[in-house]
Design a binder for this molecule. Structure first.
Ligand code: F6P
Length: 744
């Protein structure tokens, strides 16, 4: 639209200027014509009374003079007539202009002496009048007096104003017509063909159509079209070649890598577009409080850790809530940007939420309702009707944002987590051809627990619009099958692990999520210097270091961890001054009261236990409460002799896997809660029940005192599991399953 305006606006301005100048000239011309006319008329009238006036003046006959001027009393435009004597004194005057007598007329003396007529516009009361004065001469050319004829000129202004109006209307109509015609010509000649060419390019290079484009013109547009045609053809050929190569490579039985996943995606999804939806965005722009400058961060989120490497490998579009306070500055007009910013691999589309929407949908329903409902940590879920309404509204908003992006044919949509239980149903209503998977990143509780939720049926119904639902562990799949079976009318197929509802089948599978298993560029740069700096800053030299890395969340068992460390030092005081626990803790969901209270609770407990055990400059707990980037966390993992993961309930827990993956030298020990999904795979970790503080304290001692050989062996086993079952394998399994369900 802006471009069309840029094209049309100068034309309109020029037309408007030309027409206005033309209008002014025409008005002037008309005005002159009217004045000439008036002059002619007044002169004729004055000359017509010349003889009678001469008679009246010669005979000083006031009666004749009054009769003469009285004739003008009833005329419409002619206001009146005045007869002056040779001294310039009024001899007779039409009654209705009697007040004219009072007006000063310095010019009369000149007319009497020059004997020449005078025509001029004069002011009479508030009107403009036209006055014509004719000297009356006798036969010897002596001045007998003067005759003045006065005309009303207001009719001239009426005529001129009317003319102006007509010219203006013509101008407006013309400008509008020219604008409309230019727009239509532009659209017909340029916009429509380019739109058609774009659509053709999009479909042809993906192999969706085989027909040629319709532009046959030989001009510049034709040349552009033929260039586009060549590029589309090359792209199509290149895509085909890559896809064939990909098929060959994935057949090889080797470790899953980014390249192998890329191949699989090509082979399984072909040219179909891949869309990921999550609440949390993988890259967030925030204004740095210190420098005031905007910077890009990766939020502390399991979803981000897991999904980002997949999209880096496969490309596609990730739709997420733009929650950063500087996010709006970095998107284009379609709310999109290429990410990662330093090496663009895929598209991030940001969806904007108002404060009320975020409050009801994210803080309220998702995190005060579903989150505590699904995590068995004895935090009571809160369900408010207003939050539910907002949750539904935001699911619809995300649906609209996704529908805008979906291509014409059979797209794949991969939804993340409990924020979007209704999304699949909403998408399928408009796009039944979409193949949709949902991955549930948190635990799924047993049916008794789930029935607490007042919206249980709508949630299950919404989720069953998916073609595939994934959980981390089989136990959560079983819980889900049982929940659906109890709550809604459906058929559960325990052989196939699927649920059939109204002729629609949803496959339920476990896919244990993981990490990419290789060090990031940042991490590779980490050297002894960075670690030495941390050791020095926190006085860790020569100490046994245990680390914890978490979002501050009541599910993570941070309180239990501190209590266990306290008990460990009480029970085994020989480790005082020798042991330090470093907790990296990222504040999260701080608008929720429970999280707010938890932060204060942890602060107080750390302070209390440090005071209790401290000795000189030594204190057992270093509590670092802030957001840490992945690059900042890695040196802590490397120097950590022990990593403690003590979640009270956790879908998977990727911190455990990250720690193992970083320990390239097979050093270190993992103390892992038996209530995490990760504990099902990482059986060589030192397993704990975080609620049992005694057992937990002893596990810390076991981790410290475990013989090096055993530690190394355990770490080696766990590293093998993490590197084999990496995130690419996870995504590969989901894509393989999903592509088997592909809609036509
Ligand atoms: O798995 C649940 C999850 O969505 C994970 O992505 C992540 O660990 C955590 O919750 C992040 O929560 P939030 O996005 O609310 O900060």
């Amino acid at each position: 639209m802006k471009r069309i305006l840029l094209f049309i606006l100068p034309i309109l301005i020029i037309v408007a200027i030309v027409l206005t100048v033309f209008g002014i000239i025409q008005i002037r011309f008309e005005e002159d014509k009217l004045m000439d006319d008036l002059q002619r008329k007044t002169r004729t009238v004055a000359e017509s009374v010349d003889l009678a006036a001469r008679y009246a003046l010669v005979n000083t006959d006031l009666k004749v003079a009054n009769r003469l001027v009285g004739k003008f009393q009833g005329r419409e435009r002619l206001q009146g007539c005045v007869i002056y004597d040779k001294e310039g004194q009024v001899f007779a005057i039409t009654e209705r202009i009697a007040a004219w007598r009072e007006k000063g007329k310095p010019y009369l003396t000149d007319i009497l002496s020059s004997k020449l007529p005078r025509a001029a516009l004069e002011k009479f009361k508030e009107y403009s009048v036209y006055s014509y004065i004719l000297p009356i001469l006798d036969d010897e050319d002596n001045v007998l007096g003067l005759v003045e004829v006065i005309y009303d000129t207001s009719y001239m202004y009426v005529i001129l104003t009317e003319l102006w109006k007509r010219i203006s209307v013509a101008l407006i109509i013309l400008v509008f017509l020219i604008g409309a015609i230019s727009f239509l010509i532009q659209r017909q000649m340029f916009i429509l063909p380019v739109q058609r060419l774009t659509r053709w390019f999009h479909s042809f290079q993906r192999g969706e159509i085989d027909t040629l484009h319709s532009i046959k013109s030989k001009g510049e547009l034709g040349k552009l079209a033929s260039e586009v045609e060549q590029v589309a053809l090359s792209l199509r050929v290149a895509r085909k070649a890559v896809s064939e190569e990909a098929h060959a490579r994935i057949a090889k039985d080797e470790l899953w890598t980014e390249a192998k996943l890329k191949d699989l995606t090509h082979a399984k999804l072909g040219e179909k577009a891949f869309f990921v939806v999550s609440n949390r965005e993988p890259f967030m722009h925030i204004v740095d409080e210190v420098s005031g400058k905007a910077r890009c961060i990766r939020p502390a989120s399991g979803v981000v850790t897991a999904i980002d490497p997949i999209l880096r490998a496969c490309g596609g579009t990730w739709v997420a809530h733009g929650a950063g306070n500087a996010d709006k500055k970095f998107v284009n007009s379609k709310n999109k940007l290429g990410v990662p910013p330093e090496d663009i691999r895929y598209i991030l589309k940001r969806v904007w939420l108002s404060k009320e929407e975020e409050d009801g949908y994210y803080y309220g329903f998702a995190n005060e309702g579903l989150w505590p409902l699904c995590h068995i940590t004895h935090t009571r879920p809160i369900f408010r009707e207003t939050d539910w309404q907002m949750y539904k509204k935001v699911n619809q908003k995300f649906c609209d944002a996704i529908l805008e992006e979906l291509p014409a044919k059979s797209p794949f949509v991969f939804i993340q987590d409990y924020h979007f239980t209704l999304l699949a149903k909403l998408i399928k209503e408009k796009r039944p051809d979409a193949t949709i998977a949902l991955f549930w990143h948190i635990p799924w509780p047993n049916p008794e627990v789930f029935t607490i939720c007042p919206y249980q049926k709508e949630i299950i119904d919404g989720m069953l619009a998916c073609d595939l639902i994934g959980f981390h562990v089989q136990f959560h799949c079983n819980n889900f099958l049982e929940t659906a079976n109890r709550l809604i009318e459906c058929r559960v197929d325990t052989e196939k692990f699927s649920i059939v509802r109204a002729n629609k089948e949803t496959i339920i599978r476990s896919f244990p999520i993981s990490i990419n298993g290789s060090l990031s560029v940042d991490a590779r740069k980490i050297d002894a210097e960075a670690i030495a700096q941390i050791r020095q800053e926190f006085d860790l030299e020569g100490k046994i270091v245990a680390i914890g890395v978490d979002r501050i969340d009541y599910t993570k068992g941070i309180i239990e961890r501190i209590l266990a460390i306290d008990r460990f030092l009480e029970k085994y005081p020989q480790y005082k001054n020798k042991f330090v626990f470093v907790q990296l803790a990222a504040p999260s969901r701080t608008h929720i009261q429970r999280y707010h209270e938890l932060i204060a609770e942890i602060d107080e407990l750390v302070e209390k236990k440090n005071w209790k055990h401290s000795d000189g400059s030594w204190k057992p707990i270093v509590y670092l409460k802030k957001y840490f980037s992945q690059g900042e966390i890695r040196p802590f993992y490397i120097l950590g002799d022990i990593c403690i993961v003590s979640s009270l309930h956790d879908g998977m827990n990727l911190v455990a896997k990250e720690y193992i993956s970083v320990k390239k030298d097979n050093s270190g020990a993992l103390v892992l809660s038996c209530f995490t999904g990760a504990s099902k795979e990482l059986t060589d970790a030192i397993s704990i029940n975080p609620y049992s503080i005694e057992e937990f304290a002893d596990a810390i001692k076991t981790a410290i005192e475990m013989p090096l050989k055993e530690k190394t062996k355990r770490m080696e086993n766990m590293r093998k599991i993490v590197s084999e079952n990496n995130i690419y394998k996870w995504a590969g399994a989901i894509i393989t399953e999903l592509s088997a369900l592909k809609k036509a």
